[in-house]
Design a protein around this ligand. Structure first.
Ligand code: 13P
Length: 255
């Protein structure tokens, strides 16, 4: 069986309760349950529980944007995998480039987060991506390889991991990777996973593209054989735009 498409929305630091409810209800009401696609929404932490309630009993799942690897303790400002689970999360994003760049999260740190989240039964969306400088210096493949190796221990249960390729230069810039650029990196990621985890794992793992995905460019990106879905930032803050990307994934990946 082919890989089921997956579209996740990363709200980043946007929305308060009233606006979030409106957005989530728009999404819930517009989502066609016959679309063969997995959907997740990742709101800021204070909205996880109420947003989980909004989509309770529907196919839309909620995820967090970050997690700490310790189970509990004196870690002011941090949230444990168990807390996310109890707040209703199915997914958690780990290693987003904004966490790496702005908050200095290192590979070693991220590896612990991935393992701790999986241990708690969460599904992980692990992000990788090169900067513009790295791309221009032909370092893209090397950077992606390093980030994969740092974050994903060979002993983890990869069936609950999704990888998101998000070129840093394409995030929030309106400048997307071309389908060829995305396909090249996605194919490399799959090959690399095959080498470390095995051919079955490589064939089954879902690799999402993220970086300025919008309704107008979704089809081209999602048509690539190794692009299994999208991790959407800005466009997921508008219900109709996010629904359009979801329906494009359902149509493109299953036709
Ligand atoms: P944009 O879609 O706003 O470029 O953000 C992508 C992203 O970072 C999703 O995690």
């Amino acid at each position: 069986m082919g890989r089921r498409p997956f579209v996740a929305g990363n709200w980043k630091m946007h929305n308060t309760l009233a606006g979030a409810r409106e957005l989530m209800r728009g999404l819930r009401d517009g989502f066609d349950t016959s679309w063969p696609v997995d959907v997740a929404v990742c709101p800021p932490n204070p909205l996880l529980y109420p947003m989980g309630k909004e989509v309770d009993g529907t196919a839309i799942k909620v995820g967090a944007q970050n997690v700490h690897f310790e189970a509990q303790g004196a870690f002011t400002g941090e949230i444990s995998p168990e807390m996310l689970k109890h707040a209703g999360c199915t997914y958690v994003i780990v290693g987003h480039s904004e966490r790496r760049q702005i908050f200095g999260e290192t590979g070693q740190f991220l590896r612990k987060k991935v393992s701790a989240a999986l241990k708690e039964g969460l599904e992980v969306i692990y992000c990788v991506g090169e900067t513009l400088n790295e791309r221009e210096n032909n370092a893209t493949i090397r950077v992606i390889e390093r980030q994969l190796g740092e974050g994903l221990e060979a002993s983890i249960d990869l069936s609950r991991v999704t990888i998101a390729y998000e070129p840093v230069w394409a995030i929030g810039t309106g400048r997307q990777a071309t389908p060829d650029q995305a396909q090249e990196v996605h194919a490399f990621i799959r090959e690399k996973i095959g080498g470390v985890f095995g051919p079955r794992e490589a064939g089954e793992i879902r690799i999402l593209y993220g970086g300025s995905v919008k309704p107008s460019n979704a089809e081209g990106l999602l048509s690539c054989p190794d692009v299994d879905g999208a991790l959407v930032g800005g466009a997921c803050l508008v219900a109709d735009d996010f629904l359009s990307i979801i329906s494009t994934a359902a149509r493109t990946k299953t036709s």
